[in-house]
Write a protein that binds this ligand. Structure first.
Ligand code: ACO
Length: 343
């Protein structure tokens, strides 16, 4: 049976006149340094048992001194470019999703553009926290569909270790560093990104934020002493909102494509907490073998999370060309998104 008979392409249903957009290749990079739960036991009042049972995280990666978000982003991008067989001069646009840019400005995407030598490319950052990679995929897709560009490089990259408060056991055990990248192009033989459902709830913005360093509380001795340049989170409320939003977005994405969850080869959820992944998976009715999990190895890498997971899923052969995947994310903002892709 041809894949076109398996699902509805919602873009086509809405009078879609443009080109389809596919992920030509993905790549990822994580720093060498592994920080284990045993090491965290020596840094804050925690235990490996607590972290493992409450989050599923066993270890995370920490960027080296002098290794910044743009470095990790460029490394992930080169790996994706090698797999897609494209050269830097072919890239029309670079979008970097991150909450840990090298600097507030210029955009990390511009630094990546320089590192790659992609001198033809336009470049900008987007900020949708852990939802950033799917938000960026959807933005990149619009440029391909409209024929404005032929090749878009989308990257999720984070150096969360630089904003985590290493004395706060509530948050420091959860996060890690890394980057994932995707090359978007039109492939005549594939539907690619079938749909992306995105949402936000700014009323709950303060559940998860870094209050200092912006125009509201510029950096000062007082702001630094008050710890306002660290990530802060109401974990319990964030958890509840994450489950509801991820579930709703995933159901909407499946509904738009008129497919049942059983048709999905692999669900690739944001890797924040194993219990969130299980709660969403249970409610959607996925089988364990349909869910990709690597939160145990990397913790929460925010915008890089699903990008790294997608690359690992492809590398491990858990996703083959033609398979359908459901990506679903949730993060600060609050923001959330779900996408169905024909890999
Ligand atoms: N070690 C030991 N005890 C701890 C630790 C720790 N590392 N952290 C918290 N505790 C304690 C708390 O102090 C609390 O103690 P108390 O009962 O004496 O007050 C107890 O454990 C239970 O704390 P809870 O907050 O109820 O723990 P919970 O089961 O909710 O798990 C967690 C906390 C892991 C943070 C969870 O709420 C969570 O994962 N939240 C969602 C995170 C998320 O989804 N983030 C996504 C977006 S991230 C982004 O956008 C950047």
């Amino acid at each position: 049976m041809s894949t076109t008979q398996l699902f509805k392409n919602p873009r086509a249903a809405h009078g879609f006149q443009g080109r389809t957009c596919s992920i030509a290749a993905v790549g990822s990079y994580v720093p060498e340094r592994i920080l284990t739960n045993a090491e965290l036991e020596k840094m804050v009042d925690t235990t490996d048992e607590w972290i493992t049972t409450r989050t599923g995280i066993r270890e995370r990666r920490i960027a080296a001194e002098g290794e910044f978000t743009s470095d990790m982003a460029a490394k992930a991008a080169r790996r994706a470019m090698d797999k897609a067989g494209i050269t830097p001069d072919q890239i029309d646009l670079i979008i970097v999703a991150t909450i840990t840019p090298d600097m507030l400005f210029p955009a990390t995407a511009c630094l990546v553009q320089h590192k790659l030598g992609a001198s033809r490319a336009a470049a900008f950052d987007i900020e949708a926290a852990c939802s950033g990679f799917i938000y960026a995929l959807e933005i990149g897709q619009q440029f391909i569909m409209s024929r404005a560009y032929n090749t878009v490089l989308v990257i999720g990259a984070e150096r969360l270790s630089s904003i985590v408060n290493w004395k706060d056991r509530n948050t420091c055990v959860l996060f890690g560093d890394g980057a994932g990248a995707a090359i978007l192009q039109h492939r005549p033989d594939a539907h690619g990104l079938l749909t992306a459902c995105m949402g936000a709830d700014g009323e709950k913005a303060m559940l998860l934020c870094m209050p200092g360093g912006g125009s509201r509380i510029p950096a000062s001795t007082d702001s630094v002493e008050a710890g306002l340049h660290h990530l802060q989170m109401d974990g319990k409320e964030t958890f509840k909102n994450a489950v509801t939003a991820m579930l709703t977005a995933a159901q909407e994405a499946l509904r738009r494509c008129e497919i049942d969850i059983s048709r999905i080869k692999l669900m690739i959820p944001h890797q924040a907490n194993r219990r969130i992944i299980d709660a969403v998976g249970d409610r959607l009715g996925v089988k364990p073998e349909q869910v990709f999990v690597n939160v145990d190895k990397y913790g929460n890498t925010s915008a890089a999370s699903v990008a790294i997971a997608l690359d690992e899923a492809v590398t491990q052969g858990r996703l083959q060309r033609g398979d359908l995947a459901l990506l679903v994310v949730f993060g600060a903002g609050l923001t959330w998104a779900a996408a169905v892709i024909e890999w």
